[in-house]
Design a protein around this ligand. Structure first.
Ligand SMILES: CC(C)(COP(=O)(O)OP(=O)(O)OC[C@H]1O[C@@H](n2cnc3c(N)ncnc32)[C@H](O)[C@@H]1OP(=O)(O)O)[C@@H](O)C(=O)NCCC(=O)NCCS
Length: 172
């Protein structure tokens, strides 16, 4: 299941990030205390979802829907991490489908009302590219020096999906 983060998640989140530091750290900053800041920044431009394992209540992963711009764009950028012991078990893919479904659902139905989602991935990040493709994202192009990560401006492959390409989960 997916849900918004809350203050009670700060400690379990820190533990999950710490034990997953090696797996996450090659591609994304490892910030065990980062949920405090994320909770403060939630708003029209940023929505965070935690992906939670229904059987155990454990934290499978986190997805930020960032850079949300409405108006004629209705666009957001997905950024995500999965956490041990769930990484590589398929739960993250399942959770991301729920996040995407919520992003495209109309606001009247509790969704974000977005029309386009993008995922920007470093070219060597095979697992993230596999996830983007598994979720149905199209390769759109290559963005040189797009994001400042681990001390340098990193090139990214850009993937995107529009609402027309997504079959709502309620319809399947
Ligand atoms: C990118 C990332 C989020 C992908 O998450 P993940 O944990 O690999 O996602 P999943 O668990 O859904 O992985 C699916 C894998 O599990 C396998 N799997 C195992 N059991 C499965 C099951 N029951 N159902 C579906 N897939 C299963 C799949 O075969 C797939 O493996 P493959 O890609 O080698 O074929 C994760 O690797 C990560 O956090 N990386 C570090 C941070 C990062 O790179 N973030 C993105 C920056 S752009």
């Amino acid at each position: 299941m997916i849900r918004a983060p809350k203050p009670a998640d700060v400690t379990p989140y820190a533990e999950a990030v710490r034990r997953s530091a090696e797996h996450v750290g090659r591609w994304n900053p490892v910030e065990p205390d980062g949920l405090v800041d994320l909770l403060e920044r939630q708003g029209p431009g940023l929505r965070t979802f935690l992906i939670v394992d229904l059987d155990t209540g454990g934290l499978v992963g986190k997805c930020n829907v960032a850079n949300i711009v409405m108006g004629r764009f209705c666009n957001g950028a997905l950024g995500y991490d999965s956490y041990l012991p769930f990484a590589g078990t398929g739960r993250m893919s399942e959770g991301m489908r729920l996040v995407i479904d919520r992003c495209f659902a109309p606001q009247e139905a509790g969704g974000l009302g977005l029309h386009r989602l993008e995922i920007n991935v470093q070219p060597e990040n095979d697992r993230s590219i596999a996830l983007a493709k598994r979720l149905g994202f199209r390769h759109e192009g290559y963005a040189p020096r797009m994001l400042f990560l681990a001390g340098a401006w990193r090139d990214h492959e850009r993937f995107a999906l529009t609402a027309e390409e997504w079959e709502p989960l309620s319809a399947s």
